[in-house]
Design a binder for this molecule. Structure first.
Ligand SMILES: Nc1ncnc2c1ncn2[C@@H]1O[C@H](COP(=O)(O)OP(=O)(O)OP(=O)(O)O)[C@@H](O)[C@H]1O
Ligand SMILES: CC(C)(CO)[C@@H](O)C(=O)NCCC(=O)O
Length: 545
């Protein structure tokens, strides 16, 4: 991975702390020793139920157990090929979990099943009516380049593209021109269309995936720009390539038909939280400096980014700050639950900031926040007490009430756009920190990993979160951050194992059959409510917000 020499974004944003030339002790976690009220927007814990349909999709070959085992023994496991070459400690890291060895066995078994099935039973009918031959074709199609993983989120779409670097001259001769053009287009540019960007500083080189060596490119664009993206993909000839793309995020469901109709692309859909964890584990193994923390977190003026050894990660709290926030308790690679969430996330920060300051982009909002002072907007403990509230350890500098001065006309007229942006950022960050801390306490975990694009170019929030975890836990909680911030869902998608892909394709077929059925039902009973369940309905959260 290209590691930036000195992250300029940090030096720029440090200005805020220079401007606030005081010992910053913003109130990150509401209430401290006081009994904190429950977060208004928290969600009820939802225990993960693993999706089982892929197991069912292969079950007809269970009768040939012995034969399968031989195949399994002689077959490598694509997803873990790179693992086989890893140093022992890294391998242990993937295997150290209570579930992981079982998961690996299952995977090799199912990969063996898949191979056996396509090689020996090409006309056996699958559950959804497709033959093994068809399924084999779909797997081949998936295996053919280009390889993408896509995370279509509420605000940003993230695309991870694998560029093969081990192309032989023969392969090069045979490579379709369209494919070559797509590869060149993606890897030679860093801006695409109106909102597309390649984060060149995050590029991972010399990565091995499914026995191919190459580079991973990280691209993002606004989800509102999806129709332009599809148009561009069509112009570049994607429709003629007939590819299947692994996709996750809400948009994988929302835009599925558009992908099919406009660029002839099938989406193999995966759950966003499953892929998030897979992506994180892969990035950590690939990049020794993926994970970092803030040293001297208690003194925001002095706190500095340092590498953290995340090779033995479990258990940990994972806070994904996207448009909204999901909070997971992670016990192992295939073992987690979504413990909470809040609708007050990155989307809220951006939305409120645009409303309050008239800014037009996340970058602009962060720039404004960097120059502003939340103390002119918020009501601090000292604005109420005239000093500290000693009895419960609340120093005068703490925010007692976010935006608490804005009901006063004079104060309102003296605040700047910068102050409002800063107060918005601090408010949203504090709230996330508060909920994350309560989750860590509940789950008795001491590592809290923050990811998601809200943290992009946003050291103010990272430092506040690091401060919050450290200060309010008396040093027992540690906030951790990851370099590839918002790309883990897309990365995890790209890495999906072939057995899982086959299952996702099956689910797609099942869903379209269900949809057709429900459309017919809706025609017949036009007054009844369509209650078709989502293919992942056994794996969703119980959001109550
Ligand atoms: N260039 C950008 N444009 C818009 N938002 C950005 C940008 N860079 C960072 N952000 C922040 O990142 C957030 C989106 O993060 P992310 O991409 O992780 O979530 P998402 O997948 O879009 O949302 P969700 O997971 O809730 O569907 C935005 O709400 C905003 O706060
Ligand atoms: C809906 C998702 C999961 C989409 O990524 C995310 O935006 C989220 O977790 N929102 C918060 C929902 C809640 O728990 O209140």
């Amino acid at each position: 991975m290209k590691v930036p020499a000195k992250d300029s974004k940090y030096s720029v944003n440090l200005k805020i702390f220079k401007l606030h030339n005081y010992s910053i002790a913003p109130k990150i976690c509401g209430g401290s020793d006081k009994k904190s009220p429950s977060p208004t927007n928290g969600t009820a814990p939802a225990v993960l139920t693993k999706r089982n349909s892929w197991r069912a999709s292969w079950k007809f070959s269970a009768a040939k157990q012995q034969q399968k085992q031989q195949l399994a023994d002689s077959t490598q496991q694509p997803e873990y090929e790179c693992d086989a070459e890893l140093p022992a400690d890294k391998r242990n890291h993937l295997d150290s979990n209570n579930d992981s060895s079982t998961a690996t066995d299952n995977r090799s078994q199912h990969w063996a099943d898949a191979l056996e099935r396509v090689s020996t039973s090409s006309n056996v009918e699958c559950e959804n009516g497709r033959t093994a031959q068809q399924l084999s074709g779909e797997l081949d199609e998936f295996m053919s380049m280009p390889w993408f993983g896509m995370d279509i989120g509420g605000t940003l779409t993230k695309l991870v593209y694998f560029e093969p670097k081990d192309i032989t001259p023969d392969e090069q001769d045979q490579e379709a021109e369209i494919l070559r053009n797509i590869r060149r287009y993606l890897t030679k540019n860093s801006a695409y269309g109106k909102t597309g960007h390649r984060d060149t500083h995050l590029q991972m080189d010399n990565v091995e995936i499914r026995k191919r060596r190459g580079s991973l490119h990280f691209i993002r664009f606004q989800t509102t720009d999806m129709s332009n993206f599809l148009l561009l993909a069509k112009q570049k000839g994607m429709a003629e390539l007939v590819t299947t793309v692994c996709a996750t995020g809400g948009g994988a469901f929302k835009f599925e038909n558009e992908f099919r109709q406009q660029v002839n692309m099938k989406l193999a859909k995966f759950d966003e939280l499953d892929t998030l964890i897979k992506g994180i584990l892969f990035a950590e193994v690939q990049n020794p400096t993926e994970c970092y923390f803030y040293e001297n977190a208690r003194d925001i003026m002095k706190s500095e980014k340092r590498a953290f050894d995340f090779s033995k990660p479990y258990p940990f709290i994972l806070v994904n700050v996207g448009s909204g926030v999901s909070i997971l308790a992670v016990y192992g690679p295939d073992n987690y639950k979504r413990v909470s969430g809040t609708s007050l996330g990155g989307g809220t920060f951006l939305g409120l900031c645009c409303l309050l300051t008239g800014c037009n982009s996340f970058e602009e909002a962060i720039q404004l926040a960097t120059k502003g002072d939340n103390r002119k907007v918020d009501k601090l403990v000292r604005d109420i007490y005239g000093g500290d509230y000693d009895r419960f350890g609340l120093t005068g500098d703490l925010v007692a009430s976010s935006f608490g001065q804005m009901h006063i006309k004079d104060k309102r007229s003296s605040v700047s756009r910068e102050d409002l942006a800063n107060a918005t950022l601090v408010t949203i960050t504090n709230n996330i920190g508060s909920i994350a801390r309560m989750c860590a306490l509940n789950e008795k975990m001491d590592k809290v990993v923050f990811v998601g694009n809200f943290l992009r170019v946003n050291p103010i929030s990272m430092k506040l979160l690091a401060y919050a975890m450290e200060f309010w836990s008396n040093g027992t909680l540690k906030a951790l951050f990851l370099e590839h911030e918002g790309y883990f869902g897309a990365l995890g998608c790209l890495l999906q194992f072939n057995g899982e892909i086959a299952a996702a394709l099956n689910e797609t077929a099942e869903t379209s059959q269900q949809t057709q059925k429900s459309e017919t039902t809706a025609d017949t009973f036009s007054n009844t409510i369509n209650s078709t369940t989502s293919p992942h309905s056994n794996n969703t959260n119980n959001s109550d917000s």
